[in-house]
Design a protein around this ligand. Structure first.
Ligand SMILES: C[S@@+](CC[C@H](N)C(=O)[O-])C[C@H]1O[C@@H](n2cnc3c(N)ncnc32)[C@H](O)[C@@H]1O
Length: 323
């Protein structure tokens, strides 16, 4: 059978067919079998991800074919996300190291970074920005890379994620980032930002339990977020005003938990971002609107699971009643 596979394109086509037949899930870097087969093939052949199609008809050696097919097999049998097999994920035009210490970078917020957060910033000057729940550091580092004049903090509670973020900071040679270990805002007392961007855990318990095997390789603390996916989001909405400058903006991804959030807080004016592919559950909100609705937000945040309430009390940063 393998004798019939001779060229790079043969291998990509074959991999894509096997992936589709095996019913793989493509929820990570790429959303289809052909792109994933291309990613794995080019990685195994030590070729650039943007290889010119002219080389598609190049023949491969037997040893190379074995390397490519070996990766295909692991992807199919073990269901490991392709980015963890290659150790690399592209985000906002940059190559990040990716492994099981943090989620594979895939947030639609990359598109906002590349568009300079316009029209949302509306020309507002940003001096300090925060990436809350930074994981691999992808959002913080991409913001810092594309805006060298900004000072960008990245925060996560996971030591593993922070070690990966530090490696990405070195890999991409950014000098205007700082990474801090913190339970949400707890370690940021007295810090103020013009822009807070966050892709926090927002998957409901039921959805987390039912996720395809690929997601089992990612740290659960990057995904699971309570019965309606909003345990962390509500705390972020409650405490963000303490860390935003007067004209500051919060940009937050909540994915499918958008429906729960809108039901809980119908009066909060959230602007849902329209991406090239449509809405992706990312909202923008002004500090002043968070302040105006703080009492209700704090009430909802306080009603969360005991562990959440306890850690919130420990932060001493709960903003309820301050406005
Ligand atoms: C959805 S992942 C996002 C990672 C990264 N920003 C991205 O877009 O790929 C959420 C991250 O939040 C972190 N996290 C979970 N609970 C946290 C908490 N209480 N405080 C700070 N970070 C937390 C997880 O470790 C994980 O890295």
């Amino acid at each position: 059978m393998t004798e019939e596979l001779q060229t790079i394109v043969d291998l990509i086509r074959y991999g894509a067919s096997r992936f589709n037949a095996a019913g793989l899930t493509f929820g990570h870097s790429y959303d289809n079998a052909i792109d994933e087969a291309t990613q794995l093939t080019l990685h195994a052949l030590h070729l650039p991800h943007d290889l010119s199609p002219v080389y598609g008809q190049s023949r491969v050696t037997l040893a190379e074919k074995e390397d490519v097919l070996g990766l295909f097999l692991r992807r199919i049998e073990e269901r490991i996300p392709a980015a963890y097999l290659t150790g690399e994920a592209w985000f906002a035009g940059l190559s990040f190291k990716s492994d099981r210490r943090a989620l594979v970078p895939r947030s639609p917020i990359a598109e906002l970074i590349l568009s300079g957060f316009e029209p949302w910033l509306g020309g507002r000057e940003v001096r300090r920005a925060l990436d809350l729940c930074t994981g691999s550091g992808c959002i913080a580092i991409a913001m810092a890379h594309h805006n060298p004049e900004w000072h960008v903090d990245g925060v996560d509670l996971s030591d593993e994620a922070l070690s990966l973020a530090a490696e990405n900071e070195a890999r991409l040679e950014v000098r205007n980032t700082r990474f801090v270990k913190s339970d949400l805002f707890a370690g940021l007392q007295g810090e103020h930002y013009d822009l807070i961007v966050t892709n926090p855990p927002y998957v409901t318990d039921d959805e987390t339990d039912a996720l395809p095997r690929e997601y089992g390789y990612e740290p659960e603390m990057g995904l699971r977020a309570g019965g309606d996916g909003l345990d962390l989001v509500l705390k972020i909405l409650r405490d963000a005003p303490l860390h935003l400058t007067d004209e500051g903006l919060l940009i937050c991804e909540v994915g499918e938990s958008e429906q729960h959030l809108v039901k809980l807080l119908p009066e909060l004016p959230l602007a849902w971002v329209e991406f090239q592919v449509g809405q992706m559950g990312v909202f923008v909100v002004e500090r002043q609107d968070l302040v105006a609705h703080n009492a209700r937000i704090a009430e909802l945040a306080a009603a969360r699971a005991p562990a959440t309430a306890a850690s919130s009390a420990a932060t001493g940063s709960a903003a309820a009643g301050l406005f």
